[in-house]
Design a binder for this molecule. Structure first.
Ligand code: AMP
Length: 216
């Protein structure tokens, strides 16, 4: 399978679709948000550096993010999904350079398109398992956990992300809008962009993604 790069607004469903690809095709799921949240939880130097920035919905600097992704990709030898990177045009260009350096050729960029009001509902209702990272949503019946607030998979108590509040969501969406058009133009010019309407059900979106991956 080819490597996948998701670009999308916050709470568009990148994490959910990545989980599905991981479960069905054993993709390695590289979520920059998850890596940073783990660094915060473990109180590493990186975690201390980014904690405040993230909770306010700001972007972590390009230098930090590019170094992080370079390190992560250097050790990967299976098909992977990039979820949350690139988020700026500088990151997108740096990623092309990293792929060239690491001789990674087979990849496509999937743009999950969703409007702000739907993304906000997904963000504000999102619940996450702090142990296995599985995500749920209290506002969508098919995404609720079987037992309220408990992870179906590992029985841990679910939490809300500190940046899933209205103020932070709006900042994240604004940051996204500032960058997305140049990223889309960039990938269109490389002829590797696939656009998917992400306002449908998870299953429908997943089918569309598989179709795109199989079409080559
Ligand atoms: P996510 O889990 O993808 O929604 O990311 C959560 C937060 O992590 C973002 O709102 C940013 O603060 C930070 N972050 C994750 N990936 C990046 C990136 N590629 N560039 C800048 N900040 C990032």
């Amino acid at each position: 399978m080819k490597n996948v790069i998701f670009i999308a607004p916050p709470a568009a469903g990148k994490g959910t679709q990545s989980q599905k690809l991981h479960e069905k095709y054993k993709y390695i799921h590289i979520s920059t948000g998850d890596i940073l949240r783990k660094a915060i939880k473990d109180k590493t130097q990186l975690g201390l550096q980014v904690k405040e920035i993230m909770s306010q919905g700001h972007f972590v600097s390009d230098d930090i993010m590019i170094a992080l992704i370079k390190d992560t990709l250097t050790d990967i030898n299976k098909p992977f999904i990039l979820d949350g990177f690139p988020r700026t045009i500088s990151q997108a260009k740096a990623l092309t350079q990293i792929f060239n350096d690491l001789n990674i050729k087979d990849y496509c960029v999937i743009y999950l398109d969703v409007k702000e009001d739907i993304a906000m509902k997904r963000s504000l209702g999102r619940l996450v398992c702090p142990e296995c990272n599985k995500t749920y949503n209290k506002y969508f019946s098919n995404l609720k956990p079987k037992v309220p607030n408990i992870c179906d998979k590992c029985n841990s108590e679910l939490i809300s992300r500190s940046d899933d509040n209205e103020k932070s969501f709006k900042k994240r969406f604004e940051n996204y809008l500032n960058e997305i058009s140049s990223i889309i133009e960039y990938y269109k010019s490389l002829n590797i962009l696939k656009e998917i309407n992400a306002e449908k059900s998870d299953e429908e979106i997943f089918c569309d993604i598989i179709k795109e991956l199989n079409e080559g």
